[in-house]
Design a binder for this molecule. Structure first.
Ligand code: SF4
Ligand code: SF4
Length: 165
């Protein structure tokens, strides 16, 4: 049997080599021209893309149910390296996903913001160089009322209308 457990990841370690990255690269490059490292650094670690969603009359509705593999404290995936093997509908965050209509990424998502001509917000970890700033700004799912998807079948009863979705 495969062991899916992955060692807990220190979110701050994503920024260990930040000084080797071109300063403010996100202002100089389109998403399609970014390196894999730059692309990965853009993710603010909010965890909102790991909430379950429903498409209702052409609009995406978020629920406060989360993928069973989301760590609700760190807001990171517990099985990042194996996520596509283990969760059939886990989405790769690529350009196609960012541009998909109806929009399913939250409107605070860095990829969506940049692709729509906006700048990174001041709380973004690439600006602060601190992974925790997304939590301190109240943007992540940390400390929100969440329910694990395990055992939930009536997802429509968990729809939330948070302003930052
Ligand atoms: S919504 Fe966007 S910024 Fe937030 S965790 Fe998902 S990909 Fe990263
Ligand atoms: S498996 Fe996919 S949806 Fe689930 S927590 Fe990991 S990245 Fe998020």
């Amino acid at each position: 049997m495969t062991d899916w457990t992955e060692p807990e990841f220190d979110p701050q370690s994503r920024f260990d080599n930040i000084d080797d990255i071109e300063p403010e690269f996100w202002k100089k490059k389109k998403l399609e021209d970014m390196s894999k490292t730059e692309w990965e650094l853009l993710c603010d670690g909010c965890g909102k893309c790991c909430l379950n969603k429903l498409e209702i009359r052409g609009k995406i509705k978020f629920t406060n149910t989360h993928c069973r593999f989301l760590n609700c404290q760190s807001c990171l995936c517990k099985i990042y390296e194996h996520r596509f093997e283990k969760v059939h509908d886990c989405r790769d965050i690529n350009l196609e996903a960012v541009r998909e209509q109806p929009r399913w990424l939250p409107k605070t998502c860095a990829y969506w913001l940049l692709d729509n001509g906006q700048d990174l917000p001041k709380w973004h970890p690439l600006i602060t160089k601190r992974a925790a700033s997304v939590h301190e700004a109240g943007i992540s799912v940390k400390n929100r009322k969440l329910v694990s998807e395990s055992g939930v079948s009536d997802f429509e009863n968990y729809i939330v209308e948070w302003e930052d979705l």
